[in-house]
Design a binder for this molecule. Sequence first.
Ligand code: IPE
Ligand code: IPE
Ligand code: MG
Length: 254
Amino acid sequence: MDNTEILVEQTDNKSIPQHVAIIMDGNGRWAQLQGKGRVAGHKAGVESVRQVVATARKSNVKALTLFAFSSENWQRPAKEVSVLMDLFMFVLTKEVKRLHKHNIRFQVVGDLSRFSDKLQKNIAKSDQLTADNTGLVLSIAANYGGRWDIAQAAKKLASDVKQGTMSLDDINEETLNEQTCLANLPTLDLLIRTGGDYRISNFLLWQAAYAELYFTDTLWPDFNEMQFLEAMSCFDLRERRFGKTGEQARNEKR
Ligand code: IPE
Ligand code: IPE
Ligand code: MG
């Protein structure tokens, strides 16, 4: 049994977050600290992705959502954006087969229309390949923005009302939620941000309503299985009250 297996075993009686999302930040600073260009940090970050995916699987997390590229990241230098797109393409072609072998359901969420045709085709192919898998659901948020997500959900509802397939009175939190990305997944339990900043950066604004937040100074390429297990142990220690008193929450947990 290696260290991770022992730690995973130790988490057996703990409450495991069903849905974890991660803002994978700090690649550029990691590379700069090594005297390398920012791109080296993005490349090194792919190994951290492999590690958290494997650890999530072993820990019985049901859904893992990773923020790979925000709707604001297009503002970066063209060269960096282009490398990130190439890396995305590489991951889709090389890694998705491996994910499929492990019964992982892979999907990309965000406004995909801005990506090249080739990338969009590859995304659709990966989606189809893993569509029937029943294990961990791995969602990659790319050209994703939380405000975009809420706006596109509102637009869908407005369109249904306009077409007469839905009445205005049927618009509520539940029906809006159904139109947001990730609506098919368990509620978001744990939101992790690496890289030392304390902000959401327009990630899962709607979905994070009652998620536990976990911030770490660790830069994304240094975030490995042990760090992920540490975040999950920390989650286990949190008291989730959902507006109730601590006493009510503890009584319900028993
Ligand atoms: C996160 O790392 C990766 C993406 C946003 C694509 P950064 O590239 O933001 O790294 P820092 O924050 O500059 O160190
Ligand atoms: C958030 O990181 C987006 C991703 C991790 C993909 P950023 O580095 O873009 O966030 P800000 O700009 O520092 O808020
Ligand atoms: Mg950053």
